[in-house]
Design a protein around this ligand. Structure first.
Ligand code: GLN
Length: 228
Protein backbone atom coordinates (compact mmCIF):
# COMPACT_ATOMS: atom_id res chain seq x y z
CA UNK A 1 0.00 0.00 0.00
CA UNK A 2 1.15 3.57 -0.61
CA UNK A 3 2.92 5.06 2.38
CA UNK A 4 4.40 8.48 1.65
CA UNK A 5 6.32 8.56 4.95
CA UNK A 6 8.66 5.87 3.57
CA UNK A 7 8.85 6.99 -0.06
CA UNK A 8 12.26 8.62 0.29
CA UNK A 9 15.55 6.81 -0.08
CA UNK A 10 16.60 6.05 3.52
CA UNK A 11 20.03 7.05 4.76
CA UNK A 12 21.46 4.08 6.67
CA UNK A 13 24.48 4.60 8.91
CA UNK A 14 26.88 1.70 9.19
CA UNK A 15 30.16 1.22 11.04
CA UNK A 16 33.24 1.48 8.78
CA UNK A 17 34.63 -1.82 10.06
CA UNK A 18 32.90 -4.25 12.43
CA UNK A 19 33.54 -7.71 11.07
CA UNK A 20 31.60 -9.82 10.29
CA UNK A 21 28.59 -7.48 10.60
CA UNK A 22 29.73 -4.70 8.27
CA UNK A 23 33.06 -4.30 6.49
CA UNK A 24 34.41 -3.36 3.11
CA UNK A 25 35.35 -6.19 0.78
CA UNK A 26 36.16 -5.75 -2.90
CA UNK A 27 34.98 -2.14 -2.81
CA UNK A 28 31.61 -2.79 -1.25
CA UNK A 29 30.12 -3.29 2.17
CA UNK A 30 29.28 -6.86 3.16
CA UNK A 31 28.34 -8.63 6.39
CA UNK A 32 25.55 -10.01 8.52
CA UNK A 33 23.97 -6.61 9.23
CA UNK A 34 24.27 -5.60 5.58
CA UNK A 35 22.47 -8.77 4.39
CA UNK A 36 19.83 -8.70 7.13
CA UNK A 37 19.06 -5.02 6.57
CA UNK A 38 18.87 -5.55 2.79
CA UNK A 39 16.34 -8.35 3.30
CA UNK A 40 14.29 -6.13 5.63
CA UNK A 41 14.40 -3.18 3.20
CA UNK A 42 13.17 -5.39 0.35
CA UNK A 43 10.48 -6.87 2.62
CA UNK A 44 9.11 -3.48 3.71
CA UNK A 45 9.62 -1.90 0.28
CA UNK A 46 12.17 0.85 0.96
CA UNK A 47 15.33 1.84 -0.87
CA UNK A 48 18.39 3.09 0.99
CA UNK A 49 21.91 4.41 0.75
CA UNK A 50 24.61 3.22 3.15
CA UNK A 51 26.60 5.88 4.96
CA UNK A 52 29.69 4.39 6.65
CA UNK A 53 31.01 6.27 9.70
CA UNK A 54 32.98 5.69 12.89
CA UNK A 55 30.84 4.00 15.52
CA UNK A 56 31.08 6.96 17.90
CA UNK A 57 29.39 9.18 15.29
CA UNK A 58 26.37 6.95 14.82
CA UNK A 59 24.22 7.83 17.85
CA UNK A 60 24.75 11.61 17.31
CA UNK A 61 23.79 11.15 13.62
CA UNK A 62 20.56 9.44 14.69
CA UNK A 63 19.83 12.10 17.32
CA UNK A 64 20.18 14.93 14.80
CA UNK A 65 18.17 13.06 12.17
CA UNK A 66 21.09 13.00 9.70
CA UNK A 67 20.44 9.28 9.21
CA UNK A 68 17.19 7.27 9.31
CA UNK A 69 18.55 3.95 10.54
CA UNK A 70 21.81 2.61 12.01
CA UNK A 71 23.03 -0.91 11.38
CA UNK A 72 26.22 -1.43 13.36
CA UNK A 73 25.94 -4.36 15.74
CA UNK A 74 24.67 -1.81 18.19
CA UNK A 75 24.17 -2.96 21.77
CA UNK A 76 20.71 -2.31 23.15
CA UNK A 77 21.49 -0.31 26.30
CA UNK A 78 18.99 1.43 28.56
CA UNK A 79 21.12 4.59 28.62
CA UNK A 80 21.00 4.74 24.81
CA UNK A 81 17.23 4.28 24.84
CA UNK A 82 17.02 7.76 26.34
CA UNK A 83 18.25 9.28 23.07
CA UNK A 84 17.44 6.75 20.32
CA UNK A 85 14.98 3.94 19.61
CA UNK A 86 15.97 0.31 19.00
CA UNK A 87 14.41 -2.48 16.99
CA UNK A 88 13.83 -5.83 18.67
CA UNK A 89 17.10 -7.66 19.24
CA UNK A 90 18.51 -9.71 16.37
CA UNK A 91 21.81 -11.08 17.75
CA UNK A 92 23.10 -12.33 21.14
CA UNK A 93 26.66 -11.29 21.88
CA UNK A 94 29.24 -10.65 24.59
CA UNK A 95 32.77 -9.29 24.87
CA UNK A 96 36.13 -11.08 24.78
CA UNK A 97 39.75 -10.23 25.42
CA UNK A 98 42.31 -10.65 22.65
CA UNK A 99 46.06 -10.97 23.31
CA UNK A 100 49.12 -12.05 21.29
CA UNK A 101 49.50 -15.86 21.28
CA UNK A 102 52.64 -15.64 23.45
CA UNK A 103 51.08 -13.30 26.05
CA UNK A 104 51.25 -14.16 29.76
CA UNK A 105 47.79 -12.61 30.27
CA UNK A 106 45.29 -15.38 31.05
CA UNK A 107 42.16 -13.30 31.71
CA UNK A 108 40.82 -9.97 32.97
CA UNK A 109 42.44 -10.57 36.38
CA UNK A 110 45.87 -10.10 34.75
CA UNK A 111 45.12 -6.64 33.32
CA UNK A 112 46.46 -4.69 36.32
CA UNK A 113 49.25 -2.38 35.17
CA UNK A 114 48.64 -3.32 31.54
CA UNK A 115 47.51 -1.29 28.53
CA UNK A 116 44.15 -2.28 27.05
CA UNK A 117 42.92 -1.17 23.61
CA UNK A 118 39.21 -0.36 23.27
CA UNK A 119 36.89 1.13 20.65
CA UNK A 120 35.59 4.64 21.30
CA UNK A 121 31.97 4.98 22.38
CA UNK A 122 31.22 1.29 22.63
CA UNK A 123 29.53 -0.84 25.26
CA UNK A 124 32.74 -2.85 25.74
CA UNK A 125 34.70 0.35 26.50
CA UNK A 126 32.06 1.30 29.09
CA UNK A 127 32.35 -2.17 30.61
CA UNK A 128 36.15 -2.00 30.82
CA UNK A 129 36.14 1.43 32.48
CA UNK A 130 33.63 0.18 35.03
CA UNK A 131 35.31 -3.15 35.84
CA UNK A 132 39.06 -2.94 35.27
CA UNK A 133 40.88 -0.85 37.84
CA UNK A 134 44.58 -0.01 37.53
CA UNK A 135 44.47 -0.68 33.80
CA UNK A 136 45.48 1.94 31.25
CA UNK A 137 43.02 2.37 28.37
CA UNK A 138 43.81 3.36 24.80
CA UNK A 139 40.78 4.27 22.73
CA UNK A 140 40.59 3.85 18.96
CA UNK A 141 37.82 4.93 16.56
CA UNK A 142 38.16 1.59 14.82
CA UNK A 143 39.10 -1.88 16.09
CA UNK A 144 41.48 -2.38 13.12
CA UNK A 145 43.73 0.19 14.81
CA UNK A 146 43.49 -1.66 18.11
CA UNK A 147 44.50 -4.88 16.37
CA UNK A 148 47.53 -3.20 14.74
CA UNK A 149 48.64 -1.74 18.09
CA UNK A 150 48.42 -5.22 19.60
CA UNK A 151 50.52 -6.63 16.73
CA UNK A 152 53.23 -3.99 17.23
CA UNK A 153 53.23 -4.44 21.03
CA UNK A 154 52.12 -0.90 21.87
CA UNK A 155 49.19 -2.32 23.86
CA UNK A 156 49.07 -5.54 25.92
CA UNK A 157 45.50 -6.60 25.14
CA UNK A 158 42.43 -5.50 23.22
CA UNK A 159 38.79 -6.07 24.07
CA UNK A 160 35.66 -5.93 21.94
CA UNK A 161 32.49 -7.79 21.01
CA UNK A 162 32.95 -11.59 20.90
CA UNK A 163 32.05 -12.19 17.22
CA UNK A 164 34.40 -9.37 16.17
CA UNK A 165 37.32 -10.67 18.26
CA UNK A 166 36.72 -14.22 17.01
CA UNK A 167 36.71 -12.94 13.44
CA UNK A 168 40.23 -11.47 13.88
CA UNK A 169 41.43 -14.70 15.50
CA UNK A 170 40.07 -16.76 12.61
CA UNK A 171 41.22 -14.50 9.74
CA UNK A 172 44.08 -11.96 9.70
CA UNK A 173 45.13 -12.77 13.27
CA UNK A 174 45.22 -16.56 12.88
CA UNK A 175 48.23 -17.92 14.75
CA UNK A 176 49.11 -14.42 16.03
CA UNK A 177 46.34 -13.62 18.51
CA UNK A 178 44.14 -15.64 20.86
CA UNK A 179 41.31 -15.01 23.28
CA UNK A 180 41.74 -15.54 27.04
CA UNK A 181 39.24 -15.76 29.90
CA UNK A 182 35.49 -16.15 29.76
CA UNK A 183 33.06 -14.18 27.66
CA UNK A 184 31.91 -11.08 29.61
CA UNK A 185 28.93 -8.73 29.45
CA UNK A 186 26.03 -10.50 27.74
CA UNK A 187 24.52 -8.08 25.23
CA UNK A 188 22.01 -8.01 22.40
CA UNK A 189 22.15 -6.06 19.15
CA UNK A 190 19.36 -3.96 17.67
CA UNK A 191 19.02 -1.56 14.75
CA UNK A 192 18.99 2.09 15.85
CA UNK A 193 16.49 4.81 14.88
CA UNK A 194 15.86 8.46 15.69
CA UNK A 195 13.46 8.70 18.66
CA UNK A 196 9.86 8.22 17.59
CA UNK A 197 10.70 6.88 14.11
CA UNK A 198 7.67 5.21 12.49
CA UNK A 199 10.10 2.73 10.91
CA UNK A 200 10.66 0.82 14.16
CA UNK A 201 7.32 -1.03 14.08
CA UNK A 202 7.71 -1.93 10.41
CA UNK A 203 11.24 -3.21 10.90
CA UNK A 204 10.17 -5.30 13.92
CA UNK A 205 7.30 -6.82 11.95
CA UNK A 206 9.70 -7.61 9.12
CA UNK A 207 12.29 -9.16 11.48
CA UNK A 208 9.57 -11.47 12.82
CA UNK A 209 8.56 -12.46 9.27
CA UNK A 210 12.17 -13.12 8.22
CA UNK A 211 12.76 -15.23 11.33
CA UNK A 212 9.69 -17.31 10.42
CA UNK A 213 10.34 -17.78 6.70
CA UNK A 214 13.98 -18.94 7.11
CA UNK A 215 15.66 -15.82 5.71
CA UNK A 216 17.18 -14.86 9.07
CA UNK A 217 18.53 -18.38 9.64
CA UNK A 218 20.08 -18.49 6.14
CA UNK A 219 21.86 -15.16 6.65
CA UNK A 220 23.02 -16.23 10.13
CA UNK A 221 24.44 -19.50 8.74
CA UNK A 222 26.16 -17.65 5.89
CA UNK A 223 28.12 -15.42 8.28
CA UNK A 224 28.56 -17.58 11.40
CA UNK A 225 28.60 -21.05 9.90
CA UNK A 226 26.12 -22.38 12.47
CA UNK A 227 22.39 -22.20 13.21
CA UNK A 228 21.36 -19.37 15.57
N1 GLN B 1 28.13 -3.60 20.22
C1 GLN B 1 29.02 -2.52 20.54
C2 GLN B 1 28.26 -1.28 20.92
O1 GLN B 1 27.16 -1.10 20.51
C3 GLN B 1 30.04 -2.22 19.46
C4 GLN B 1 29.51 -2.12 18.09
C5 GLN B 1 30.54 -1.77 17.06
O2 GLN B 1 31.75 -1.75 17.31
N2 GLN B 1 30.07 -1.51 15.87
O3 GLN B 1 28.75 -0.47 21.64
Amino acid sequence: SACPAFAADLVVATDTAFMPFEFKQGGKYVGFDIDLWDAIAKDIGVTYTLQPMDFSGIIPALQTGQVDVAISGMTIKEIRRKVIDFSDSYYDSGVLLMVPVDSAITGPQDLKGKILALKTGTASADYAKEHFKDTEFRLFPNFDNAYLELMTGRVDAAMHDSPNVLYYINTIGRGKVKTVGEQMMGQQYGFGFPKGSPLVARVNASLARLRKDGTYVAIYKKWFGVEP
